[in-house]
Design a protein around this ligand. Structure first.
Ligand SMILES: CC(C)(COP(=O)(O)OP(=O)(O)OC[C@H]1O[C@@H](n2cnc3c(N)ncnc32)[C@H](O)[C@@H]1OP(=O)(O)O)[C@@H](O)C(=O)NCCC(=O)NCCS
Length: 169
């Protein structure tokens, strides 16, 4: 468990199923994520996610807990083969808590936690071209802009660039 000023990062629990569905079911959240985080986000999607994440270590999946309620998530997806010392970091937060500096604190703390507790030397973030808020979070956490993969994503009926940020140890 990681206790921060604004929230706590802890493992996902089966008892999070209601709050996960409530906070994740928001188009303003899902529009910035891969299609596997859909809108509407139903109870069945929440349950499917909890089935894979509940017994995993914090270094893979963490719930963002505010006042005992899971209101967002952060985690990594390891790369393989010659890229195996790198991973992608992904995160989201309930819209109720946006623009209070929470994710800046979370991404900074979680990145350090990954570097301290795993063998990964590279954390990569993939940001849709329109998602300036997420880019700012990453920049404030020491991630560097590495480039834009033009028209790499087709999201919500539109092509968009995928902006690559990375932090290396
Ligand atoms: C992106 C997200 C994680 C940011 O979380 P947050 O807790 O609101 O972030 P913070 O408050 O720490 O920082 C946000 C920064 O972006 C800025 N920002 C927010 N929206 C912005 C916009 N449309 N244009 C420019 N800057 C913006 C804020 O002003 C703030 O910067 P500042 O501290 O310099 O003022 C949150 O909005 C979210 O969950 N979005 C949906 C999912 C998502 O985008 N996940 C990331 C996928 S790569």
């Amino acid at each position: 468990m990681l206790i921060l000023n604004s929230c706590t990062l802890r493992s996902w629990q089966w008892s999070d199923r209601t709050s996960l569905q409530l906070h994740a079911n928001n188009r303003n959240v899902s529009i910035n994520l891969r299609d596997r985080f859909p809108w509407p986000y139903t109870q069945s999607e929440a349950d499917d996610f909890l089935h894979i994440s509940t017994f995993e270590p914090l270094t893979l999946y963490a719930a963002i807990d505010i006042n005992g309620e899971a209101v967002g998530g952060i985690g990594i997806e390891p790369f393989d083969d010659v890229n195996r010392y790198g991973c992608e970091i992904g995160y989201w937060l309930s819209e109720r808590y946006w623009n209070k500096g929470i994710m800046t604190e979370v991404v900074a703390a979680y990145s350090n936690y990954i570097f301290e507790n795993t063998e990964f030397v590279r954390l990569e973030a993939h940001v849709f071209g329109w998602n300036r808020g997420s880019g700012k979070v990453l920049e404030k956490c020491g991630f560097e802009f590495e480039g834009a993969h033009r028209k790499a994503c087709f999201k919500d009926g539109k092509w968009c660039d995928m902006i690559i940020y990375a932090k290396v140890r």
